[in-house]
Write a protein that binds this ligand. Structure first.
Ligand code: MF3
Ligand code: CO
Length: 260
């Protein structure tokens, strides 16, 4: 059963999404060489407190994993997702994935971005292209979130955008429905055939989150049992938005106007 959100529920999900978008934008602007990933987590925790929200991530413990110990995920370079913030210092040119979620009036929002520490000038052409391809693959998926399409159309669009550009798509982690729970049905792989899977209906809300690798799509888990990294140690990028499917097309709940 894929939950269909009522109009009052959607109103609350819009609020949750707006908080996530605003806070994530602020976090992104704070990133600079010399700070630690833990600094970013503390800034996020302060924003959650100021706005009287709750963290979607803190204490989250799916399927026997240890409870997630922070309010953001900070994954650096070859780390793909779910990196735990701590003492790690960020250096100019590091590729940082920030993943963030909050609960507002009982509903979750979830979004992630990839940024270059020290700004794009601290990076190289291939890395910047990979970041843009990952962002574009998310939007290619979003474009398919239309009433009457099938879920496979979304997965397929993401995969095509990535592979056409010569990168690979992670299989071990997927997007998801979102609402009163962070992870609801359906799972949304970033790969697979078009024309398959459930039909999309107005009122579905989903989080699409392509994870894109430079080399192999294979993943290794770190000893902390959360951090996922590329098996070959090469770069990975990640973007995520929470999106409502409406009669008028996709509505990106975690996007702040003028930003992306
Ligand atoms: N966007 C990530 C996901 O849906 C957020 C994970 S939160 C964590 O998997 F708590 F599990 F780390
Ligand atoms: Co997510």
């Amino acid at each position: 059963m894929i939950h269909i959100k009522s109009s009052p529920e959607l109103t609350r999900m819009r609020q949750a999404g707006r908080h996530v978008g605003e806070i994530l934008l602020a976090l992104r602007e704070q990133v600079e060489p010399g700070m630690t990933t833990g600094d970013l987590d503390r800034a996020a925790a302060a924003a959650i407190r100021e706005r009287a929200l709750q963290s979607s991530f803190l204490g989250y413990a799916p399927g026997g994993a240890p409870p997630y110990p922070a309010v953001v995920c900070t994954s650096v370079n070859e780390e793909i997702v779910h990196g735990i913030p701590g003492e790690r210092e960020l250096h100019s040119g590091d590729v940082l994935k920030i993943d963030f979620g909050v609960i507002c009036e009982g509903f979750h929002g979830d979004s992630a971005v990839t940024v270059v520490v020290g700004g794009d000038a601290a990076s190289d052409e291939l890395t910047l292209r990979m970041i843009e391809v990952t962002r574009a693959s998310l939007y290619a998926g979003v474009e398919q979130l239309r009433v009457g399409n099938r879920l496979g159309d979304v997965s397929h669009a993401v995969q095509c955008a990535v592979e056409k550009a010569g990168f690979t798509v992670v299989r071990d982690f997927v997007g998801h429905g979102i609402g009163r729970k962070l992870h609801e049905k359906p799972q949304i792989p970033n790969f697979g055939p078009a024309g398959r899977g459930p039909r999309l209906r107005a009122g579905m809300v989903v989080a699409i989150e392509p994870m894109v690798n430079l080399g192999t799509h294979e993943v290794v888990m770190r000893e902390d049992r959360w951090t996922a990294a590329t098996a070959d140690g090469q770069l990975s990028c990640h973007f995520e938005h929470t999106i409502a499917i409406t009669e008028n097309g996709p509505e990106i709940l975690t996007q702040i106007p003028g930003s992306h």
